[in-house]
Design a protein around this ligand. Sequence first.
Ligand code: CAA
Length: 257
Amino acid sequence: MAYETILVETRGNVGLITLNRPEALNALNNQLLDELIEAVGTFDADPAIGCIVLTGSEKAFAAGADIKEMQPKSYMDVFKEDLFTKADRIAETRTPLIAAVSGYALGGGCELAMMCDFILAGDNAKFGQPEINLGVMPGIGGTQRLTRLVGKSKAMEMCLTGRMMNAEEAERAGLVSRIVPKGELLEEAMKAASAIADKSLPIAMMTKETVNRAYETTLSEGVRFERRVFHSMFATHDQKEGMTAFTEKREPKFKDE
Ligand code: CAA
């Protein structure tokens, strides 16, 4: 598929997707969402790709859903097309997915970043859910994911006032894993992605699924799930190889088996 709103490239065993609608600060219109879902799905299905990085421009990761596209829609339009439900597919990606956020991550942009497994922020990053200023609220998971990530008080303030958080506040609040200078953001994200991609992909996928379980279930059920998956890892080649390599004081050679 030829993409018009995103740039897609492969760097070694890492897939890199760059949102590319500079004229609209990477606002998520229908075409961009379709292309993004297709590109993420293609990388996800490729066994040679061990991690995916999603990024935008220096000024904007994404300034939200496309307001100009939404503005004329009626209730029946958005109900019938089930607006934004397809975006949930990004959160269903099995391959680890890193958001590298520089500049604005607002509305749907913040929600897209939160659908990734973790967020690396440039020191110029700004996060917010300003939908209330448009007479709506977050609609791609923001009311739920932001609340789970930063707690009720801060999520409520962000959603009710539309105030933006800078990178330091986002890191303190647990929204981002760490902050790097904006000029080094992509390099740092690629470094983290390569480190992940060099591990065993099925083990990374199982780890991701298990961490995500913490958001879906009780502590005792989550720990039970973890234990079952942990035990199952002893049926893999890569557990044997990883532990044998440690005892033999050498680097492991994982086979994704
Ligand atoms: N949708 C459509 N176009 C957008 C856009 C968006 N979300 N954000 C920016 N743009 C467009 C602007 O209209 C402008 O285009 P024109 O020159 O053709 O008018 C261009 O991008 C550049 O934007 P600005 O001139 O506004 O740039 P700025 O530097 O002055 O301001 C900004 C930057 C503060 C991010 C400002 O653009 C802004 O407030 N954008 C909207 C942010 C927002 O409200 N996001 C939430 C969207 S709703 C949503 O996401 C719903 C949901 O949860 C699913």
